[in-house]
Design a protein around this ligand. Structure first.
Ligand SMILES: [Zn+2]
Length: 97
């Protein structure tokens, strides 16, 4: 069962190994900085609200400045399950649900 976690603002994210990224056809390049994900940490972070998979460095940068928007959270509840299942398979579990 793959865990979908929630950050301090309420946004979902999943920790993903390089093999999981390759499994969905990704190349392991950070969607934020464009560098190989393994160069800036050990794992990737798949984030629905950002629409991509980013490296740990970019995730930490985002975490230090992100804000909670109720509109995003409402849309997230509607759309995120399908998004994560599409990338990670049907066996996912959301924290706090
Ligand atoms: Zn990055």
């Amino acid at each position: 069962m793959k865990k979908i976690k929630k950050d301090k603002c309420g946004y979902y994210y999943a920790d993903v190994e390089m093999q999981e990224i390759y499994n969905w056809g990704g190349l392991g390049i950070c969607d934020s900085c464009g560098e190989p994900i393994f160069m800036n940490g050990r794992i990737g972070k798949l984030v629905w609200v950002l629409g991509g998979c980013i490296c740990e460095k970019c995730f930490n940068d985002w975490q230090s400045r992100n804000k909670r928007y109720e509109e995003d959270l409402a849309l997230q509840e509607e759309c995120a399950e399908r998004y994560y299942k599409n990338y990670l398979g049907k066996e996912i579990e959301f924290d706090g649900m």
